[in-house]
Design a protein around this ligand. Structure first.
Ligand code: ZN
Length: 162
């Protein structure tokens, strides 16, 4: 099979985000969420929209999350809080979906928590792994995981935390 040399011509057009064409047929990748950011995305028809974009710990392009994929992460991890998605693993694969009568390639997230890898708990500021107890306490107190007072202060500069 030619999987090792797989590349799609579309990758040479838009190489800013992870796309279905980045995946070889039947390839699945377990990716660890480092951060979810809101970004301006230009669609094929030239319109710009604000979309959630997942950045990963692994060395791959960030992935634009549509509603279907956001709902899947919320379903498998039981929370819609994007800060609790940090450090969680998702299994991504390419498939096709119907858009206006046409089947187009898309990325989807498997309806399962990847078993092969343990969930990591990461600081939302510096990305350092932190113990689960620290993570849980920080989420309970601040709604975001911080590894230290320093990262908390860094993130809340100028804001009042009570
Ligand atoms: Zn930190």
């Amino acid at each position: 099979m030619a999987e090792q040399n797989y590349n799609h011509w579309r990758n040479l057009v838009d190489n800013e985000h992870l796309r279905a064409e980045c995946f070889a047929p039947k390839e699945k990748r377990v990716l660890t969420i480092k951060e979810i950011k809101q970004e301006k995305i230009t669609s094929a028809n030239g319109e710009t929209e604000l979309k959630p974009v997942a950045h990963f710990v692994e060395n791959v392009l960030p992935m634009v999350l549509n509603v279907t994929n956001c709902k899947m992460i919320e379903k498998i991890y039981g929370t819609g809080n994007i800060y609790e998605w940090i450090g969680k693993k998702i299994q991504v694969f390419a498939t096709k979906t119907k858009v206006a009568k046409e089947m187009v390639p898309c990325l989807r997230i498997e309806d399962v928590i990847p078993q092969s890898n343990e969930v990591q708990y990461l600081c939302s500021v510096c990305g350092k792994p932190i113990p689960k107890t620290t993570y849980d306490q920080s989420i309970a107190k601040y709604g975001k995981p911080y590894c230290s007072k320093q990262c908390l202060d860094e993130d809340t500069k100028g804001e009042q935390i009570l």
